[in-house]
Design a protein around this ligand. Structure first.
Ligand code: NAP
Length: 250
């Protein structure tokens, strides 16, 4: 398979989509480096992923944690082939349902720091590694509100829209290094975090908002990402791939 032998970093790889993506990459022959803020979650998740999984602590809200992470992985690996910027600030109902005029500075900055700024900073350091071997793939996990907008949750949409822009910049600035980049804009995917965050009626509503009338499964997203990260997409870059059961069609 096309990610066979590759080295991949998946941020937030211990839960939900990150875990499914890490498993998908590992099953197809990649060595996977997963990250979590909590050391205790890493060992358990690696056990679920593969023997070729290594866990490292990373807090994207702290710049020194990002440099420490890069320093730590550089002791073990000489190259990074794939970076999946998957980690996102935890879903909080009390922030999500607010409109712009009610959002505090702290709420805004917390979300932007993890979803956008931390991902940018990690991307910047990873690009330096990828440029040396003149190859790499960076996939940013975005979300459909970044494309369509939404009736609430603006800090999240704005952060994810920033990631889509980052994707385009990586593609245009580093195509000559054979570094490809993609955004994956997700609709409603049934992860543990979504199950915990939404009520039964909200889940039914989410399901009925797309044309397939169901929630996506993390494994479906993982399959698409493995494909994009591999050679199947070798002459495509900078694009946003929407995985949402046909809710947002452009
Ligand atoms: N599920 C959906 O329907 C959906 C839809 C659109 C987009 N997405 C996006 O998909 C990604 C994964 O979502 P999910 O549903 O799988 O949720 P999840 O299980 O809550 O995953 C979020 C991950 O982000 C990590 N994280 C949070 N704060 C962090 C920080 N400060 N530094 C580093 N890592 C941090 C967490 O890792 P630790 O707690 O272990 O540190 C966690 O593993 C997110 O970016 C989300 O916005 C999800």
């Amino acid at each position: 398979m096309s990610v066979d032998g590759k080295i991949a970093i998946v941020t937030g790889g211990t839960t939900g989509l990150g875990l499914a993506i890490s498993r998908g990459l590992a099953r197809n022959g990649a060595t996977v480096i997963i990250t979590s803020r909590k050391k205790s979650k890493l060992k358990k998740a690696c056990h679920l992923i593969d023997k070729n999984c290594y866990g490292f602590q990373l807090d994207l809200s702290k710049k020194n944690s990002i440099s420490k992470f890069i320093e730590n992985i550089s002791k073990d690996v000489r190259h990074v082939d794939i970076l999946i910027n998957n980690a996102g600030f935890p879903f909080k109902r009390e922030i999500w349902f607010k409109n712009i005029h009610d959002i505090s500075e702290v709420e805004l900055m917390n979300i932007l720091q993890v979803d956008l700024i931390g991902s940018f900073q990690l991307t910047r350091e990873t690009l330096k590694i990828m440029m040396k071997k003149r190859t790499g793939v960076i996939i940013n996990i975005a979300s459909t509100p970044a494309i369509s907008g939404h009736i609430c949750g603006s800090p999240y949409s704005i952060a994810k829209a920033g990631l889509i822009s980052l994707t385009k910049h990586i593609a245009l600035e580093y195509g000559r290094y054979n570094i490809r980049s993609y955004s994956v804009a997700l609709g409603d995917i049934y992860t543990d975090s979504m199950r915990r965050s939404l009520s039964r009626s909200e889940l039914v509503k989410a399901k009925n908002e797309n044309t397939m009338k169901r929630l996506g499964q993390p494994e479906e997203v993982a399959k698409s990402i493995v494909s994009i990260a591999g050679e199947n997409f070798s002459f495509s870059t900078g694009n946003t791939i929407i995985i949402d059961g046909g809710k947002v069609i452009i």
